[in-house]
Design a protein around this ligand. Structure first.
Ligand code: VAH
Length: 312
């Protein structure tokens, strides 16, 4: 059976739905610190869970005979800068809890998300390699870089089968993001439909690696279903689809909403975005486990606007 921790988050919500499509829903247990929406609660088992509690996770793992855990609970980059110690505590203790359950032989396989936030201002910004200088300057990035080191350590020392990818910014119409720096790329679609204008908290030239959520969900399930011997990297794989800046996503939206306008009021999140790469080399994921993105920026904009227009 599968346990998703953080099932009500931006990725967790869609991951839970997809896993309940692919596997018998009663074998996919969702959990979070708060209850989910109606769809989440009625489509399969749910457990309230504090991801920082080893005993609470252990209890769920035993009661539901869990063999695989997707640990999707975390505090993201922007909120992490407001509450550094809370972010560190949640992001790290939840990971140690799951790694130690595997080390004790209570679960067999783990997915844990890393992020392009592991890269910092001194990392090469274009086509960032899988292995390179990593001096992250955000609490979130430091927690993800440290988490990668611990995943690789637990694999090498205890044989824990943990798999990870460095997600870029993720964009979905089904879930709202929470506390990220790339969240503008979701909000802009909502505001374009609602007001035909958007005030962006990053400047026009801020190019970041991004991906449509369906690609991220497919990559997550793909890497978990890949035979262990093909997984050559046990820290985390670079993953990307495309990159854009606010100006480019605006042009993409204007093909559908010609009179959409954007203005710029950069805030504290500009410094976070400036510390991250502009494009990522994900060739190792493509070579080792056949990663392929399906959606372009144009595809994404069409899908986002079609699925959101009924709301406004
Ligand atoms: C954030 N969406 O903005 C996350 C992600 C690369 C960005 O880690 O913090």
């Amino acid at each position: 059976r599968i346990l998703i921790i953080g099932a009500c988050g931006q990725i967790g919500t869609e991951l839970t739905a997809k896993l309940r499509e692919l596997y018998p829903a009663h074998k996919v247990i969702a959990s979070d610190i708060v209850e989910g929406d109606e769809e989440m609660m009625k489509s399969g088992p749910f457990e309230l869970l504090d991801a920082t509690s080893y005993s609470e996770i252990e209890d769920i793992v035993i009661r539901h005979e869990i063999s695989e855990v997707y640990l999707m609970a975390a505090m993201l980059s922007a909120t992490g800068e407001k509450f550094p110690m809370k972010a560190w505590n949640l992001n790290m203790n939840s990971l140690f809890n799951v790694l130690n359950l595997a080390k004790e032989g209570k679960i067999e396989k783990i997915f844990w998300p890393s992020s392009i936030a592991v890269f910092g201002p001194t990392t090469p910004k274009e086509n960032t390699p899988q292995r390179t200088i990593m001096e992250p300057s955000t609490v979130y990035g430091i927690s993800k870089q440290t988490g990668e080191r611990w995943c690789e350590y637990y694999y090498n020392k205890y044989g824990v089968d943990v798999r990870s990818v460095r997600y870029p910014g993720l964009i979905s119409y089904k879930t709202m993001p929470g506390g990220g720096t790339t969240d503008y790329a979701v909000d802009i679609y909502h505001k374009a439909l609602k007001h035909k204008k958007y005030i962006c908290f990053l400047n026009a030239e801020t190019t970041l690696p991004m991906m449509f959520m369906d690609d991220a969900i497919n990559a997550t399930i793909n890497i978990m279903e890949t035979p262990a011997k093909k997984i050559k990297t046990r820290s985390a794989y670079n993953l990307s689809a495309f990159s854009f800046n606010p100006e480019e996503i605006t042009e993409s939206i204007k093909k559908h909403i010609p009179d959409f306008t954007i203005s710029y009021e950069p805030d504290f999140r500009q410094a976070i975005a400036d510390s991250w790469p502009q494009s990522i080399d994900d060739s190792e994921a493509r070579e080792d486990w056949g990663w392929e993105h399906q959606f372009s920026l144009e595809d994404m904009t069409k899908i986002m606007l079609e699925n959101l227009k009924g709301k406004y």
